[in-house]
Design a protein around this ligand. Structure first.
Ligand code: ADP
Length: 620
């Protein structure tokens, strides 16, 4: 990862925005944090203050009643405050645990709403993986910011209160040395120098250690990502499980797995060792200065500037100041190091959607009369220098059946992606009823299409929700489409009807369905949405040509008067269509019905038909 300097002003902005995001999702946390800070500060000083008062009251020979109250405040009072603090802290952890999910909530939202083209970019996926890896393994990023923000603010308040007491103590040095202001100033000077020295030393040690820790953590990010890949994206997948077993991949994988673990653990080990060294030094210096502080306080008592009991209060304040200063510095450095990861996260959320989104409503037509036209469309994928579609022009109307055929890689799926505006053309335009589709409201435009993609996915959700893609749905319509696609029998066998979860990934009462059944669920999903256009983009690629033909021609009855677009690299599947478009190397090269195309011996269709014929000529 490249070292990137973030200016202080920007760092403040980044962290504040990060905090706002977390708090806006769980607003109760802000109140909880403020309460916790107040109670913790009170808790810290309660003991110092009332213990000092008790000792001083004893020394001054105060009444029994006063002493009893002092004892009550020191013991029961302190216990009650501590109890309150612990209670609040418990709630803080409880409510704060929501913050673990808050950053993911925004990321998930972003992933689902960002331009589709980003989904096909590995670098975008790697960015999210790095954010995950950082958060999961080193607790870095948004969660760290949330958990650090409260103690950082609290420590500042703790230091402020301690500083107030110390300022008062400094003013008492003039009482200790009456008429000798130089001595008083010198006294405060010695005190301050010792104090500042300790602060500086503390600061230096912290910075070095944190910097090292950051370096090791960063060095581990690619390791974490790779580790996640092996464990989550490879080993757990069924298809990989087969390869692992068939080719005995265990040895190769174990080698890389061990190598990664060694690197990760080696780096963590180094952090631990550095930390130990630092703690020894800081502890030793702290002990030295504490001794000096007690000596100076004793001088104040002997000079009558403070009462002996107040040593508890001032020594407590000083120790508290140092403790919180060191902790504050460490956490401040942690925040500043962590800023980079918060930025990584926010930058991800800020990835701009480039697609122009118009506002025109899509005309609602009772007659569903829609015309789609590709006019001189060329398209190349982002980052590529090759046109996948070249000067592509076609026109088709609602109610028509269009079959798009061509070799693998000729641009058929790309044509569908452009039609559904998952991408915009690099050149040329696509028109719906004569208007550039970019000018339409994107959601409205999309609502014209139902697509069954080649790589369709059926998530592990209840059957009814899967078909309707909604928590609420019209059960009788869902049942009707399931019957129509031939899943009536399956539905009747489902133990909980439409509420039966598909697959057993997350529910032991789920029902596993076959690839063919999943495909029918995907088709039912497309039909349930009752859109003017239905597109089948080779969802049957895994089937043999005859089975595909059967599904396609059966589907033709299902779509009724809608416009259907069938994509296939197998010509046999689409011969029932009156309108066949042949794509070759991104160009629309032929169009017509099967009879016409197969007669053109110069055409690609003829060649493909004859080459593929062996696969689908039936015995009869
Ligand atoms: P078909 O559906 O006809 O098999 P596609 O439309 O999927 O063909 O692909 C057409 C060409 O575009 C192929 O050469 C393919 O490698 C390329 N391609 C597809 N998707 C991407 C992408 N996301 N980035 C770069 N090139 C791509």
């Amino acid at each position: 990862m490249k070292e990137e300097k973030i200016r202080f002003k920007d760092a403040v902005k980044i962290n504040l925005r990060g905090l706002l995001l977390v708090y806006s999702l769980v607003p109760g946390n802000l109140f909880m944090n403020a309460m916790l800070i107040v109670v913790d500060v009170v808790c810290s000083y309660w003991n110092f203050f009332f213990l000092a008062k008790l000792v001083n009251d004893v020394v001054l020979g105060s009444s029994r009643e006063v002493l009893v109250w002092d004892v009550i405040l020191v013991t029961i009072g302190q216990t009650l405050v501590l109890f309150l603090f612990n209670l609040l802290q418990k709630f803080w952890y409880y409510s704060g645990s929501n913050s673990w999910d808050a950053p993911n909530a925004y990321l998930n939202e972003k992933i689902m709403s960002m331009d589709y083209e980003y989904m096909e970019s590995e670098s975008i996926h790697n960015r999210r993986r790095d954010i995950d890896a950082m958060a999961r393994y080193s607790g870095g990023g948004m969660c760290k910011l949330f958990w650090l923000a409260t103690p950082v603010v609290e420590r500042m308040i703790q230091m402020l209160v301690a500083f107030g007491y110390m300022a008062y103590l400094a003013s008492r040095s003039f009482v200790a040395f009456p008429g000798e202001p130089w001595k008083a100033v010198a006294f405060v000077g010695v005190f301050s120098i010792a104090f500042v020295m300790l602060l500086i030393l503390s600061m230096k040690k912290n910075k070095v250690a944190e910097k090292k820790m950051n370096q090791y953590n960063e060095a581990n990010v690619p390791n974490y990502r790779q580790y996640q890949f092996y464990t989550r994206e490879y080993m757990e997948k069924e298809e990989c499980g087969k390869t692992i077993r068939m080719f005995r991949q265990q040895n190769v994988l174990s080698f890389y797995f061990d190598k990664l673990m060694k690197e990760i653990n080696g780096n963590i080990d180094k952090i631990g060792k550095e930390d130990q060294k630092r703690n020894v030094w800081v502890g030793a210096i702290e002990a030295l200065v504490s001794g000096l502080v007690y000596f100076l306080l004793a001088v104040m008592v002997s000079k009558g500037a403070i009462l002996v009991g107040s040593i508890c209060l001032y020594a407590g304040c000083i120790t508290n100041f140092l403790l919180h200063f060191r902790g504050w510095l460490a956490q401040w450095v942690e925040i500043s190091v962590n800023t980079k990861y918060v930025k990584m996260y926010l930058d991800f959320l800020d990835i701009p959607n480039k697609k122009y989104e118009g506002t025109l409503p899509v005309e609602k037509r009772d007659d569903d009369k829609f015309t789609i036209e590709f006019r001189h469309v060329s398209f190349r994928y982002p980052g590529s220098d090759r046109d996948v579609l070249k000067d592509f022009s076609i026109k088709f109307h609602i109610g028509e059946r269009l079959a798009v055929v061509g070799k693998n890689g000729s641009g058929k799926t790309t044509f569908i992606k452009l039609l559904c505006r998952l991408y915009d053309p690099t050149e040329g335009e696509i028109l719906l009823n004569g208007i550039d589709i970019r000018k339409y409201d994107y959601r409205e435009y999309l609502s014209l299409f139902s697509v069954v993609f080649q790589d369709f996915k059926i998530p592990a959700l209840p059957l009814g929700e899967n078909v309707a893609v909604s928590r609420e749905y019209d059960a009788s319509r869902v049942k009707s489409v399931l019957e129509r696609v031939g899943l009536g029998e399956l539905l009747r066998k489902m133990p909980d009807g439409l509420n039966t979860p598909l697959y057993t990934d997350f529910d032991k009462n789920g029902v596993d369905i076959s690839g063919g059944e999943a495909q029918k669920v995907a088709i039912a999903r497309a039909l349930y949405h009752d859109t003017p256009f239905v597109i089948l983009d080779e969802p049957t690629a895994a089937l043999d040509p005859l089975a595909e033909y059967e599904i396609y021609s059966h589907f033709d009855d299902l779509v009724g008067t809608k416009t259907a677009v069938y994509i296939s690299h197998r010509l046999s599947s689409c011969q029932f269509c009156n309108d066949i478009l042949v794509i070759d190397e991104g160009k629309a090269v032929q169009r017509g019905n099967h009879e016409k195309l197969v007669k053109d011996q110069e055409g690609l269709y003829y060649t493909l038909w004859n080459t593929q014929a062996q696969y689908y000529q039936t015995e009869g």
